[in-house]
Design a protein around this ligand. Structure first.
Ligand code: PEP
Ligand code: MG
Length: 578
């Protein structure tokens, strides 16, 4: 009997449409029996346990190497803490002592030991420890699998293309999976910065996360549609739905193909004005897409990924290697490194601070300035890497002049240290700030005397100007790029910047919408930075218009009173001209 279609909504984190068969990734529960070990076999049982630990270490080292070669160093380093856990006396010694004391099999004693440690972790107020229990279970699972001689990871030997549906995907799932066979992800939990979301973007496969209820319904072999643009998931679709999405998928593919020809061309208007189109990236693995989609450089390297899933801040060398790799990969194009911007919507498992209002709390540059030693590590790593390419440095969430001065002072100290150590770096590295807090926008004339460039962060500028939480769906209807306040602020920032010869880019989501891109062009923006996949379409539209027309459009909408009016006008304009 044909199954009834089920419709779900979630958070779209990686675009495109895909239709395929479900592969359900269940939490891998390994079952075993509890057995008594005779006294004369205890040492043998301990040896069996120790062997399983050694094999697990070897396997984890191999996974680490695979992660390093297939993904990047950041992913690989996640496994370092797992490998270390295999030497942790709290787990290993306690289990061995437990086997001796209780005279029971290793599987049983290990599980008991792990449960005891995990419950201790969970009780700790520090979020770092409570999230460590996930790592602990992962490590214990490796040992158990070896004790039971259970098979490989289920995603390792897929027979056909599948859409992986799971509660959430962890680093070992995505590293072990056969990427040639995975065509999409759907997960029950997770947000835009979850591991699943980041991997989906890097692999350029459609993904929707936070799909409540999917694990109760989806079974391996079911047919599923992912609409990675609209955030819709349809399980066991009707023939009609299948046809509709096949048409949409074909259209997207055709669009992509027709756009690929445009990648190598400049973003030049019909009247000869060229604007820079750069890419936003979140992980080094995205560099390939930056090149494929014809970006003029990287306009925003969000370095937060470094701090996700981490127990500690990454060290200087680890950061240096990654920054250098990215710079070399896009050379001679520029990379704008944004220093760490954690806090608010950027969830960091191990480093979250308990604050009542984190969006306005100790985050981004404030966090860096409050922890200069930690911040200097990142500045050193970026400066050292800058010797290998064309780097610029950008600071997020600047709210006042004092912060810019303070951060420049810190940077000078780092430069002096590097000079003393005779370590090469780009001594004239350009400095910029994100203009994403209204106070910075309004005082852009003052701040422009301190830096070489601005990049307008409209994602936050809209949030703070309109007092609308950017991740709260209850007030999403008020989140409005076309609000006259936003358009006026952008106009004023550009004018203030240009008065002081500061170039002004924009790296919020507004840059990736072809219509807002035209308006920004008309307002005089110098650079637009967006997710790599958005570049070809924005470029196509820019190549079809005149700068003079874009200016006229921008001026016209600046005279209007409300977003509704502006949107009506802009919609009619785009129907007519685009
Ligand atoms: C922004 O705020 O517009 C921006 C580009 O930064 P993020 O989205 O990382 O806060
Ligand atoms: Mg921001």
């Amino acid at each position: 009997m044909k199954q009834k279609p089920e419709h779900f909504n979630g958070i779209p984190v990686s675009g495109g449409v895909v239709v395929g068969k479900v592969f359900r990734l269940d939490p891998r529960r390994l079952t075993f029996e509890v057995s008594a070990i005779p006294k004369n076999k205890i040492e043998e049982e301990i040896e069996r346990f120790q062997n399983a630990v050694e094999v697990s270490k070897r396997q984890l080292r191999q996974i680490r190497e695979k992660a390093e070669s297939d993904v990047d160093e950041i992913h690989a380093s996640i496994f370092d803490s797992h490998i270390l856990m295999l030497d942790d006396p709290l787990i290993i010694k306690d289990t061995i002592e437990g086997i001796r004391r209780e005279k029971k099999n290793s599987e049983y004693v290990l599980e008991k030991t792990v449960e005891r440690i995990a419950s201790l972790f969970k009780k700790m107020p520090d979020e770092y420890f409570s999230t460590r229990s996930t790592d602990l279970y992962d490590v214990a699972h490796h040992i158990l699998k070896n004790l039971l001689k259970a098979g490989d990871h289920p995603l390792k030997s897929l027979k056909e293309p599948v859409i992986v549906v799971g509660h959430d995907l962890g680093p070992s799932d995505t590293v072990m999976m056969d990427r040639s066979k995975v065509i999409g992800f759907v997960t029950q939990v997770g947000g835009p910065t979850s591991h699943t979301a980041i991997m989906a973007k890097a692999l350029e496969i459609p993904a929707v996360v936070g799909v409540a209820g999917i694990m109760e319904k989806a079974q391996t072999g079911d047919i599923l549609i992912i609409d990675g643009v609209g955030g819709r998931v349809i399980l066991n679709p009707t023939e009609q739905e299948l046809k509709k999405y096949e048409i949409l998928k074909k259209k997207i593919i055709e669009q992509e193909q027709s756009l690929s020809a445009i990648c190598a061309l400049p973003a030049e208007t019909l009247d000869g004005y060229t604007i820079e189109l750069s890419a936003n990236i979140e992980i080094p693995g995205e560099v390939e897409h930056v090149k494929q989609h014809g970006a003029d450089g990287i306009g925003l390297f969000r370095t937060e990924f470094f701090y996700l899933n981490r127990a500690r801040f990454p060290d200087e060398n680890e950061q240096y290697r990654v920054y250098r790799e990215v710079l070399e990969a896009v050379h001679p194009k520029t990379v704008i490194f944004r220093t760490l911007d954690i806090g608010g919507d950027k969830f960091i498992s191990g480093l979250r601070f308990k604050e009542l209002n984190p969006f306005m709390g100790l985050r981004a540059i404030r966090l860096g300035l409050a922890n200069p030693d930690m911040f200097k590590v990142q500045l050193r790593a970026i400066l050292r890497a800058s010797a290998a390419g064309n780097a610029k440095l950008m600071f997020p969430m600047v709210s006042c002049l004092e912060e810019v001065r303070e951060v420049k002072k810190l940077l000078e100290e780092v430069k002096e240290d590097l000079d003393k150590e005779r370590i090469p770096f780009q001594s004239d590295i350009e400095l910029g700030i994100m203009v994403e807090i209204p106070s910075a926008a309004v005082t852009a004339d003052i701040l422009s005397r301190e830096v070489n460039f601005f990049s307008i962060g409209t994602n936050d500028l809209i949030q703070y100007t309109l007092a609308v939480d950017r991740v709260n769906e209850n007030v999403a209807y008020l989140y409005e790029p076309y609000h006259p306040a936003i358009l006026r602020l952008i106009r004023d920032i550009i004018i203030a910047g240009h008065k002081n010869s500061v170039w002004v880019g924009l790296c919020g989501e507004m840059a990736s919408d072809p219509i807002t891109a035209i308006i920004l062009l008309g307002l005089g923006i110098d650079e637009l930075s967006m997710g790599p996949v958005a570049i070809p379409e924005v470029k196509r539209v820019i190549r079809h218009i005149r700068l003079s027309d874009a200016k006229r459009l921008a001026n016209e909408i600046l005279q209007m009173n409300a977003a509704t009016e502006i949107k009506r006008y802009v919609a009619a304009y785009s129907r007519k001209f685009l």
